[in-house]
Ligand binder design. Structure first.
Ligand code: UN1
Length: 517
């Protein structure tokens, strides 16, 4: 099942490979015997591979294996679990190029970004390996003498990870590595658009020495694999990154089942450009934030809110830069923007562009599917900018997840904050200004989990919490040490070594004898 072999499949003579689930330490076929294909979004004629179409029974077997492996895995000292993660970090480094290349073929982002995606997983593996020697608990003074009070972390148990296609290696790593270092066992269902990138991550974990059953991998649809995973009572937690619509279905069902759930969902992020901003810097930031990964990031800067005194200059120069972006196959080093991931995404973007036009926004550039030349067989869309967008238009409120940026003109700093905060999402907001007072007010008042000053909304580093408020998430953070919070349960421990019955709240010194005095 080597992926080097898969790379060779690019050759016209060899048929694309068939890949299997990984359950209980073995590669196994789907019980259904059926497969689904993954295609290159830059060239639909290229099949990346065939993958096992999972069923509820496959999920049951994966959970069986995860349950079986849990006892010894959770008892392995965390620093030893961490050693496996560190080994995985080095293996990821050695396979970085191969994985990045596969990722471009599988989901379309440009090679530099694909390398960044794998790098994010490498960083996360190293960071979480360090957590193996921390997994910090609490020790506090007791209110009673000869009594010790502390709280420790314990694994949640078997956890289900459901991950998206836009960061096919990085996002699984944000979930998988903290889950493993904390002593959980895992059933991992990757997005059906990017099963091979995910499978390569699984191969790395196997090579790093993960014991059988600790990580189980089941490919297939949300309804046939994702839902049975959620429904299995032995799965104690679901961690999902995806759209709001799917996140709500998952969170509601997990709520009914009293299952721990972490949802990392949509965004409608904005770059704010004040009158004193460095416009050159802001334009480069808005290009990277809006069109990086073809706008398919939950952190994408899909709105740019500009002070009226700079609006015309910004709009003119920004449009010029966007038109100059080269769109094409992400493997071509001259290409700035790859395709959208699939036909549905393309249709969705096209739908929003029509909505924008009908709402009265002014199409400044783009707005079309690209069908000529080397783009003929892929899902390519022009970098698209709407001007004169009103904050309440649908294109300025709803997540489009494509290369479409809305320009909104405001009159003041206060109005800028209000517009930036005026969506149902709260992931990433950015402010370009050189006024330190405004910068700090923005930090204080922007309603989002992440704030950037003089940088775009994308590109968070892994050593700090990642996530959002409002409709973006359900109150947790991935990445950083905070990721461990998701994948552990607290156990509070009191050790009384006084040799007598001591009653908290009642015996407490000095009020104990208050009545007697
Ligand atoms: C996402 O868009 O789903 O901060 C994740 C960033 C990346 C991760 C994005 N490090 O843009």
């Amino acid at each position: 099942m080597s992926t080097i072999q898969a790379e060779k499949n690019k050759g016209k003579t060899e048929a694309p490979k068939v890949y299997e689930h990984y359950i209980g330490g073995r590669w196994v076929k789907s019980e259904s015997g059926e497969t689904f294909a993954s295609y290159n979004p830059a060239n639909q004629k290229e099949v990346i591979g065939h993958f096992a179409a999972g069923t509820a029974n496959d999920v049951t077997k994966a959970v069986d294996a995860a349950v079986k492996a849990l006892e010894s895995w959770r008892k392995m000292p965390a620093p030893h679990r961490a050693d496996i993660l560190l080994k995985a970090a080095y293996l990821l480094e050695s396979r970085k190029e191969e994985m990045a290349y596969t990722m471009v073929r599988e989901m379309g982002k440009v090679l530099k970004e694909a390398r960044g995606d794998v790098q994010e997983a490498i960083d996360m593996a190293k960071f979480m390996a360090g957590e193996g020697r921390r997994l910090v608990g609490q020790t506090v003074p007791s209110e009673l003498p000869s009594k010790f009070a502390m709280a420790i972390r314990q694994p949640v148990g078997v956890v289900g990870l459901i991950t998206p296609w836009n960061f096919p290696v990085a996002i699984p790593s944000w979930k998988l590595f903290p889950a493993l270092v904390a002593g959980n066992t895992v059933v991992f269902k990757p997005a059906s658009d990017t099963p091979l990138s995910a499978l390569m991550l699984v191969e790395v974990m196997i090579d790093a020495g993960l014991p059988a059953g600790v990580l189980n991998f089941v490919t297939g649809t949300g309804s046939k694999v994702g839902m049975p995973l959620i429904e299995d009572p032995r799965v104690r937690m679901i961690s999902i990154t995806g759209s709001n619509a799917v996140g709500k279905v998952v969170a509601s069902r997990c709520g009914e089942l009293m299952k721990k759930t972490t949802c990392e969902l949509g965004g409608k992020n904005a770059i704010c450009i004040m009158d004193d901003a460095d416009l050159d810097l802001a334009i480069e930031g808005a290009i990277w934030g809006g069109f990086g990964t073809s706008g398919q990031r939950c952190t994408a800067a899909s709105r740019v809110i500009i002070h009226e005194s700079r609006y015309n200059e910004f709009a003119e120069r920004f449009v010029k830069r966007a038109i100059a972006l080269k769109v094409g196959n992400g493997l071509d080093p001259d290409v700035h923007m790859g395709p959208l991931v699939n036909k549905d995404q393309l249709t969705n973007v096209q739908k929003y562009v029509e909505i924008g036009k009908s709402e009265g926004a002014k199409l400044l550039c783009g707005g079309k599917v690209i069908t000529d030349g080397e783009c003929a067989n892929g899902f390519f869309y022009q970098p698209t900018i709407f001007g004169d967008v009103k904050p309440n238009m649908r294109i300025a409120q709803e997540e489009i997840f494509g290369p479409v940026v809305c320009l909104i003109k405001v009159k003041s700093f206060e109005e800028m904050l209000e517009v930036a905060n005026g969506t149902e999402y709260g992931l990433s907001l950015s402010m370009y200004t050189h006024d330190v007072n405004r910068a700090f007010r923005a930090i204080e008042e922007l309603e989002s989990g992440i704030v950037y000053i003089n940088a775009p909304t994308i590109g968070a580093e892994i050593q700090l919490p990642f996530g959002g408020i409002k409709q973006t998430g359900n109150g947790h953070r991935e990445a950083g040490s905070t990721a461990v919070d998701q994948f552990t349960e607290w156990k509070t421990i009191f050790i009384d070594y006084s040799g007598r019955l001591q009653k908290a709240q009642i015996d407490t010194h000095p009020s104990k004898n208050a009545g007697a005095n």
